[in-house]
Write a protein that binds this ligand. Structure first.
Ligand code: NAD
Length: 253
C-alpha cells in the first residue's frame, strides 16, 4: 500500500449540492486528490468552480432540482456529455425541517425524504448502471448523519431519511460489490454549515452540543476531506456498505 492508492488522477467525480458547505469541502478534496468534478446544484456554484479550477482540475456545472427524481437520468447524461465518464458519485445534497413530531406536516416529511433518501437511491442506481457499462467499477459515497444512529429531536423526517440512507448504503453495497462498485457512507457529526445555523444560533443547544463532543468543536467541511478521498480511492476497495462517522467522537460517548 502506498499513497498512490489514494490518488484520483484521471477520475471523474459527481458531487451533488457542492455550491456550499460539506459538498463544497468534499468536491475540493476530491479535486486536490486529482479528480475532475461534475457539480450538480440548484444554484450557481461560482465559489466552488473557482476553488476547483485553482487546483488545476476541471469543473462542470449541471443545474437540477434533485427533489424531483425524474431528472436523474438526464443529470447522468449531461455529466457524460461533459466528462465522458463517471467514476465516483457523492450523494451529498440534503435538507432538514424542524418541528415537533406531533405537529409535523406531510409536506415536511415528503420534501426531506424525497431528496435525502429517494434521490440518493435513484441517483446511485442511475450511476451504477453507467459504472457497469464502463466495466471498471466505481465508488458511491452517500451522506448519512448522526441521526442514522440516533433519534434526534424535532427532526423526524430527517431521522427517517438518514437512517434510511445507512440502510440502503448496505443494501446497494451487497448487490453491487460483485461489479467492483463500493457503496459506503460518511456520517458527519455536528458541522458548522448552513444546515446547522438554527442549532448554532440557539445558545442553550449550541452549548449542550459542544459539551458532548469530545473534540470540543463543531466540525468543518475540511474535516471530511480525508474520509471522502479514502472512500473514493483504491485504498478502500475492500470497504463495502460501511457508514463512517466523522464526528469528533460524538458517537463514542
Ligand atoms: P448546506 O445546506 O450547506 O448544503 C446542502 C446542499 O444541498 C446545498 O448545496 C443545497 O443547494 C443542496 N440542495 C438542497 N436542496 C436541493 C435540491 N432540491 N436539489 C439540488 N440540491 C439541493 O448543508 P450541509 O451541512 O453542507 O449539508 C450537506 C449534507 O450533509 C446534507 O445531506 C446534510 O443532511 C448532511 N449533514 C450535515 C450535517 C451538519 O451538521 N451540517 C451533519 C450531518 C449530515
Amino acid at each position: 500500500m502506498t499513497t498512490e492508492n489514494f490518488q484520483l488522477n484521471g477520475q471523474v467525480a459527481m458531487v451533488t449540492g457542492c455550491n456550499t458547505g460539506l459538498g463544497q469541502g468534499m468536491a475540493l478534496a476530491l479535486a486536490q486528490a486529482g479528480a475532475d468534478i461534475v457539480g450538480v446544484n440548484l444554484s450557481d456554484p461560482a465559489d466552488t468552480r473557482v476553488a476547483i479550477e485553482a487546483t488545476g482540475r476541471r469543473f462542470w456545472d449541471i443545474r437540477a432540482n434533485l427533489s424531483d427524481a425524474s431528472c436523474l437520468q438526464d443529470v447522468i447524461q449531461q455529466a457524460l456529455g461533459h466528462a465522458g465518464k463517471i467514476n465516483i458519485l457523492v450523494n451529498n445534497a440534503g435538507i432538514i425541517r424542524r418541528n415537533d413530531a406531533i405537529d409535523f406536516s406531510e409536506k415536511d416529511w415528503d420534501d426531506v425524504v424525497n431528496l435525502n433518501l429517494k434521490t440518493t437511491f435513484f441517483l446511485a442506481q442511475a450511476a451504477v448502471k453507467q459504472f457497469i457499462k464502463q466495466g471498471k467499477g466505481g465508488k458511491i459515497i452517500n451522506v448519512a448523519s448522526m441521526l442514522s444512529f440516533q433519534g434526534g429531536v424535532r427532526v423526524p423526517s430527517y431521522t427517517a431519511s438518514k437512517s434510511g440512507v445507512m440502510g440502503v448504503t448496505r443494501a446497494m453495497a451487497n448487490e453491487w460489490a460483485a461489479h467492483g462498485v463500493n457503496v459506503n457512507a460518511i456520517a458527519p457529526g455536528y458541522m458548522a454549515t448552513d444546515n446547522a445555523t438554527a442549532l448554532r444560533a440557539d445558545a442553550a443547544r449550541n452549548a449542550a452540543i459542544l459539551e458532548r463532543i469530545p473534540a470540543n468543536r463543531w466540525g468543518l467541511p475540511s474535516d471530511l476531506a480525508g474520509p471522502v478521498v479514502f472512500l473514493a480511492s483504491k485504498a478502500s476497495d475492500y470497504v463495502n456498505g460501511y457508514t463512517l462517522a466523522v464526528d469528533g467522537g460524538w458517537l463514542a460517548r
